[in-house]
Design a protein around this ligand. Structure first.
Ligand SMILES: Cc1cc2nc3c(=O)[nH]c(=O)nc-3n(C[C@H](O)[C@H](O)[C@H](O)COP(=O)(O)OP(=O)(O)OC[C@H]3O[C@@H](n4cnc5c(N)ncnc54)[C@H](O)[C@@H]3O)c2cc1C
Length: 302
């Protein structure tokens, strides 16, 4: 059974990946650990294997799945780019000692080759790669559209779990911050701010225009002035507001990665050479302690 293997614990993402895999004309096998998903995945045209084993953690099956892929002559492995999927993909690729690319932004399978693109150096470069032989990639949602096809088969697949991987406890992540990804306007504070008490000045501005408060990584992770959910960038939140106002934010590439899709970008910085001005639609060169109260007052007087 040469072909493509697909896995994601997110059903919608698995459907998208199967739909693309089926469109290549290759045989497609999807694995799931959730019996209830089997019919949904099969309806996209994959032959579905419901994994049975001693563990309910997908990452415990990296070695067993590597063996399955080798036995079945599978060429490409498409895995959803979730925390769990990335773990499993790396484990499978490690056991197979094969090519792997993480979080690809473009993917095309042409014969035995997998052509992909992914961002490197914190979003500074897009690298184009062709993976040959057995290849594993992780892919995020939204790259492909789900298509219904003639339903594939559903079978059980007994696999050995690696019992060194154990689930010790489940604890929900307690989120303290707001959901910036849904915010329409965001005022973002950077390390140019001197003291935590000064956040109140920026909060006042945010309130005056009905914006949420965001920050750069250092404000959340070094100074702990705002919760980690509130920092924006490649390792934080990627936002798409109508308006982003960066105050005392230099505009390094890792931060700007998360801001690129804001409709209007405003920068307030006392250094006219701050890189954020290059991405900004409007810029004010000045000291935030003078500029921010003036803007807030002007808006209140509108
Ligand atoms: C792998 C990796 C991932 C990263 N991911 C992220 C990420 O997701 N998000 C993120 O934000 N960062 C991230 N970073 C960090 C990033 O590289 C920058 O260091 C960070 O974004 C800089 O934050 P900043 O602009 O607040 O601080 P700084 O770069 O220190 O800039 C402060 C700015 O404030 C200005 N300023 C100072 N005083 C005033 C004043 N009184 N009035 C007006 N302006 C003033 C200064 O001119 C300066 O431009 C990452 C780094 C790495 C290596």
């Amino acid at each position: 059974m040469a072909g493509i293997l697909v896995y994601s614990e997110q059903t919608g993402l698995a459907e998208e990946l199967i739909s693309y895999a089926v469109s290549t004309g290759k045989a497609v096998t999807a694995i799931t650990f959730n019996e209830e998903d089997a019919g949904i995945l099969a309806s996209c045209g994959a032959d579905v294997c419901v994994v049975k084993g001693a563990s309910d953690m997908p990452e415990a099956y990296g070695k067993a799945l590597a063996g399955f892929i080798k036995d079945k002559g599978i060429e490409q492995v498409l895995i959803g780019a979730t925390a769990r999927g990335r773990n499993l993909a790396a484990s499978i690729a490690g056991y197979l000692d094969c090519a792997m690319a993480s979080d690809v932004s473009y993917l095309q399978i042409v014969g035995p080759d997998l052509i992909c693109q992914r961002m490197t150096y914190g979003g500074l470069l897009v690298s184009s790669e062709t993976l040959s032989g057995i290849s594993v990639v992780t892919v995020g949602p939204g790259m492909f559209e789900k298509q219904e096809k003639a339903a594939g088969t559903i079978t059980s697949l007994q696999l050995d779990a690696d019992n060194r991987v154990k689930l010790v406890a489940r604890e929900p992540v307690v989120k303290q911050g707001v959901d910036l990804t849904a915010a329409d306007k965001i005022v973002c504070v950077g390390m140019g701010m001197d003291k935590e008490e000064d956040l109140e000045m920026v909060r006042q501005l945010a309130q005056s225009i009905g914006a949420e408060l965001g920050c750069t990584r250092g404000i959340a992770e070094e100074r702990h002035w705002l919760p980690p959910e509130q920092y924006i960038g490649i390792s934080g939140q990627v936002i798409k507001p109508q308006l982003y106002i960066g105050i005392g934010v230099s505009g390094q590439v890792q931060h700007v990665y998360g801001v690129r899709e804001a409709k209007v970008i405003v920068a307030v910085n006392n250094d006219e050479k701050a890189p954020l001005f290059k991405s900004a639609d409007y810029g004010i060169v000045g000291d935030m302690y003078e500029v921010v109260p003036l803007i807030t007052e002007a808006i209140r007087n509108l």
